[in-house]
Every structure is written in C-alpha cells, then in structure tokens.
Write a protein that binds this ligand. Sequence first.
Ligand code: GDP
Ligand code: MG
Length: 388
Amino acid sequence: MVTNLPVRAKVKWAEVTAAKDPRDKIRLMREFLALCPRHKGTEKLIAYVKRRIAQLEEEIEYARRVKARSRHESLIIEKSGDVQVAIIGYTNSGRSSLLSALTNARPKISDRPFTTLKPIPGMLIYNDVRIQLIEVPPLTRGLSEGYVRGSNALSLMRAADCLIIMVDLSDDPVRDFMEITSELKESRILIEEPKGYVEIEKTDTGGIRIVGGRLLDSTVDDLRRLLVSYRIPSAIVKIHGEVTLDEVEDSLFGSYQYKPTIVIGSKIDLPNARENMERLKDSIGDRLPVIGVSCITGEGLEMVAPSILKAMRIIRVYTKKPGEPPSPKPVVLREGATIGDVASIIHTELRERFRYARVWSGLDRANVMKVGLNYKLRDGDIVEIHAG
Ligand SMILES: Nc1nc2c(ncn2[C@@H]2O[C@H](COP(=O)(O)OP(=O)(O)O)[C@@H](O)[C@H]2O)c(=O)[nH]1
Ligand SMILES: [Mg+2]
C-alpha cells in the first residue's frame, strides 16, 4: 500500500505518532498530507489519514458534548464476565431488543432513531461462561464518506473480544452488511482471520527485535532500514503468521486487530425477512456464521451464545484441588491453551513449582491422564495441578 514516501513525510509521521494531544495529532496529520505525493500508490494511505483526522475531530467533539451533558453518564464500559461482545449495527436494527431478550439489561426499545447513544451492558451466562454483551451506539449511514459515529463506538469495538454485526432482515441486510464491513476494514478492524498481521511496539533501547511469525520477501536488514527511515530505531516487531515488508510499513500508520465476528439478522418474523436471510447467507457464504432471530417469537435466540463461543474458539477448563470436587466456575481459555496457561492464570508460583497435572477428559471422565505443562486442553477438561 505505501510506496516511496519522501523522507520528510516519514519524519512527519514519526511526529504524528509521538504526539499525545489529539489536536496536535490532527495538525501534524494535515502537515503530513501536505508532504504526501499524490499518486496511485498513496491513494489509500491519504484516504486513511483523512479518516483518522475525521475520527479524532469526532472524538474531541463527542467528549465535549458528553462533558456538557452529564458527568455521570459513563461512556466506557468496565469489562466484566469472561468475554466481551460488542453488538454493532445501524439504529433500529434491533440491538436493544436483542440485549433485552438475552440479558437482564432493560435498554429503551423504540422505533425512533438514535434511542441509544451511550453503550449499555448486559450479562448472558451460557454453559458456565459469562458473556458480557454491550450495545454500542449506532453506526451512521453515508459510510463512503466514512465515519463511525463517535469514535467511542470504535473504541468499544476495539476493546471487545468479539463482534455481533446486526442487520435488519426486513430492510436490505446485504447492503447494510457490506457497508458495515467496509467501514470496519477502513478502521483496521479485521473480521476474518488474516493470514498474517504485525504489531509494532516501540521501545527506548534494544534495537529492532522480531518475535514470532515470518517476514516474507525481505530480510531483517530491510526491516531495520524501513523502521529507521520512520525514525524508529528500537522496537519489538511481533509478527503473527506471515507478512510482507509492505504490510509492516502499512501497519506503521495504524495497527490492525482481528475480532471473531458473527452476523445476526433480526426481525425474521416480518414479511420478506426469510428471503432476505437467504440473500444474506448467499453473499456471506462460509466466511462468517449467520443467524436469523426474532425477539418477538424467540426464534434463533438460542443459537447466539453457542455461536459466539464457537467463533471465539472458547474452551472451558475446570480446576480442582486434590481430594476436592472441581470448581463450579471454569477457567475460560482459547483453543490451543495448555496446562501451563492454566497454571499461570491461577498463580505464577504454581507454574514455577509445577511437577505434573492430572486431567479428566471432558469427553470421557473415566479417561484420566498424567500430563506436563505443554499438554493442550480441550473443552470440559478437569485439571488438578501438583506442585512441589
Ligand atoms: N417484528 C420485530 N420487530 C423488532 C424485532 N426486534 C426489534 N424490533 C423493533 O425494531 C425497532 C427497533 O428496535 P431496537 O431494539 O430499539 O433497535 P436498536 O436501535 O438497534 O437498538 C423497535 O420498534 C422494535 O420493536 C423483531 O425481532 N421483530
Ligand atoms: Mg438501541
């Protein structure tokens, strides 16, 4: 995406990232744009920086409005539960109705647009897993101009572990889905697991270190030269999967995040909704799970929690002390987690003094194994850790 920026532009971007105050950032980004050559290779970058400016302006404006309105209205939701799921969509798509149907939260439900302007949390418990659902302020249309209403919505999405994209099946769910997903992409939120992505953490000393993954098409020296040209002499570059040097450069302008995502079509009880549901499924294919629900008849609601856990690849592990029954509350982990992960969650010391663990399989309780730190756990396993 980024090609041949002049040195002065790169240096200017270093100033942008160093700036703390959003107003300074905006000013420096404008200066950056003035230094950016206009050609095919920089089009996307320029569009992205313009969006960032618009978002920051929104953020400042939003903070001002809210401060004026009330100091008590909370805009940031404190995380609770085992996983946090942000419900996003346009106004009237049925987000409040879903939250109300699945949790004890009682948001205002109305066909008046923009009823919910601050985030509302509710708790859904399924198979011992506590899922915090958060209704995010609605997205706005006119997305090609592109902005998410209040970057508060964006920060809520970024903070969540999982997203529910809600679309109204009685309207045009395919159009809405396309608009919302393109908006997310522009905001650097990925809803499908990418082949690779990179996170860059600047450090004060230590030079450039690469952790994990693989750098395609270039050497570590190329990477060093690239970062130095952006005035980054020292950083930890975390590569997930495989990335190209271009992708590393792109990530210097804003990092990407992957969020497991499910799509919910609402109001399946209304006329034409089933046809629209088929169209929606056809356009998404097997890229994401799609569920049709009605908050009036209750259809499909039972599929929401299991789909979230499946998309997030959640597993539950029950710990026990020798001679005692297993804890009723599971440790909630992602697929691939090991005994070592469980030990460190309970206590770092437990991991250091670890000798062995006994595991009762979640699939067959009669199957008891003696295992080490690297043993990969499965959903429903019971674990008893023995330390020295
Ligand atoms: N028929 C039908 N109407 C629904 C359903 N879910 C929501 N609605 C209606 O759609 C309108 C908007 O719902 P609301 O939950 O407030 O949407 P939000 O703006 O996304 O939070 C309200 O009039 C709801 O009664 C549903 O499953 N079936
Ligand atoms: Mg609402």
